[in-house]
Design a protein around this ligand. Structure first.
Ligand code: PMP
Length: 365
């Protein structure tokens, strides 16, 4: 165990074929990848090029089989090439991939999301978690007439200028807490607070009275390791936001339909004003959604003056995949995932203990 060198291990397993793709990729795609976390920066070695997946397994370009613990970073809660999702995609694609008009399935999809997350009285579909977060911020500003945003150190909400301040996830991996290219003037619109420290949050809010439009939080912090909320933290944020007229945004892009059927807001019993979704709700296709109180959503174009649009938003193929995924995420799935995850984590902790390695495996759902 002590001699384990991840770099050597990855070199050992990655074939010539994989290396070839990697060389070719680096020439034409910046860093060889279309999202930085795929660059293996945090684990070392050469990224593995995947060819196909089935259930919990993936196969790389050289035919090597892996157990996939990544699940495309969240969306594939039902596994790869899940039958009902694949069939829904095939059927939808055969009927036409985009119309630029509303479709019935968008309505069914929004209704299903609302059923599972009742705080989302109205739902707007977009194409990524990033887009959901940036749209929710604009809407919160339109609603409050205020400018500042409060976010937590280490929380990640996509690559939105104003949210790439002390972000987690890929930003942490790269050691770039604030991205180059984000203007100071934009960064200055973001107030930072430490996660799980309610007194600090109250202090930050008091410092900018009547100026903070929105407080955005990952209800379970998942981009700096897994950090569950301290008892009372989310409830405290809810109380504070209500008292100060701040829009409380839960970024449930990661936690939504994952930590429970109704997300973190159901698990902890806290109702945000707006929620951001992504990942799981697209069944593996590009997606995002945001929504919440009707009184806030009414500011959105074409109803109101806050503009947000998307040529491919609510795409028929994506929506079909999302509907199939959500319909198949029944309570029994969460019970089974809970048992399996507990077993896996206990096994990891036991193995580490036997090897004399100190290890914590924090987990929610
Ligand atoms: N919010 C959270 C909590 C996320 O974890 C992520 C992605 N990891 C995003 C937003 C951004 O979503 P996307 O990558 O789809 O833009």
């Amino acid at each position: 165990m002590g001699n384990f060198d991840p770099e050597e291990e990855v070199k050992r397993v990655s074939s010539k074929r994989n290396q070839n793709w990697w060389h070719r990729a680096q020439k034409i795609i910046p860093g060889g990848v279309n999202s930085p976390v795929r660059g293996f920066g945090a684990v070392g070695g050469v990224p593995v090029f995947m060819r196909r997946g089935e259930g919990p397994f993936v196969w790389d370009e050289s035919g090597r089989k892996y157990i996939d613990f990544v699940g495309s970073w969240g969306p594939l809660i039902l596994g790869h090439a899940y039958g009902p999702v694949v069939r829904a995609i095939q059927e939808a694609a055969a009927r036409g991939t985009s119309f630029g008009t509303p479709t019935a399935n968008e309505v069914r999809f929004a209704e299903l999301i609302q059923e599972r997350m009742p705080s989302m009285q109205q739902v707007r579909l977009v194409n990524s978690g990033t887009e959901a977060a940036l749209s929710a911020l604009r809407l919160a500003r339109a609603h409050t007439g205020r400018t500042l945003i409060l976010k937590f150190e280490g929380c990640y909400h996509g690559h939105v200028d104003q949210l790439l301040i002390a972000a987690g996830s890929g930003a942490t991996t790269l050691g770039v807490p604030s991205s180059a290219g984000v203007p100071d003037l934009v960064a200055q619109q973001t107030v930072l607070a430490p996660y799980n420290d309610l007194q600090e949050v109250i202090g930050a809010v008091k410092k900018y009275p009547g100026q903070i439009a929105a407080l955005i939080v990952e209800p379970v912090a998942g981009n700096m390791g897994v950090i569950p909320p301290e008892p009372g933290f989310l409830q405290g944020l809810r109380k504070l936001c209500s008292a100060e007229g701040i829009v409380l945004i839960f970024d449930e892009v990661m936690t939504g339909f994952r930590v429970s059927a109704g997300g973190a807001q159901e698990l902890y019993g806290v109702r945000p004003d707006l929620s951001c979704l992504g990942k799981i709700i697209g069944g593996g296709l590009p997606v995002g959604a945001y929504g919440g109180r009707r009184a806030i959503m009414k500011h959105l174009a074409p109803l109101g003056p806050a503009y947000q649009a998307g040529t491919l938003s609510g795409n028929p193929v994506t929506v079909a995949a999302g509907l199939a995924a959500l319909k198949n995420l029944r309570p029994a799935v969460y019970r089974s995932l809970e048992l399996r995850a507990a077993e896996l984590c206990q096994g990891l902790v036991r193995a580490a203990k036997e090897a004399g390695v100190e290890l914590q495996v924090p987990r929610v759902g």
